[in-house]
Design a protein around this ligand. Sequence first.
Ligand code: ZN
Length: 137
Amino acid sequence: MPPTPIAAIRSYHAHIYFDGAAARARAEAVRQQIFERFPVQLGSWHDRLVGPHALPMYQVAFAVAQFASFVPWLMLNRQDLPVLIHPNTTNARRDHITNALWLGEKLSILHPENLPETTEDGFFNEVVSNTQPSLTP
Ligand code: ZN
């Protein structure tokens, strides 16, 4: 099988997981710190399980150009929360399972059979920042 070119990655997601009130408070702190530092798209809080995610979480969508600063920052500042980082290509199943990166505890991906193997190209191209970065990461 030929290698997949990195141009197949249209954007990334980081999913920041929490379990219980204390962890949620840490997730809030991390979220605020992200808001102040990175031009990313912060998703809704999911306090109930959603999609393939095994714990409550929120999603951070970020552009390819942000990877080299945002991912190292998460390595240092995730406050012991599990983080799933996955590329967004046209194959969501592969993105979440074989091609994902985990920081901290690796959780299960639930019902992987529900993740499509073909997503319309362009679906994940645009990251619309909803943060106000003013601090140097
Ligand atoms: Zn995702």
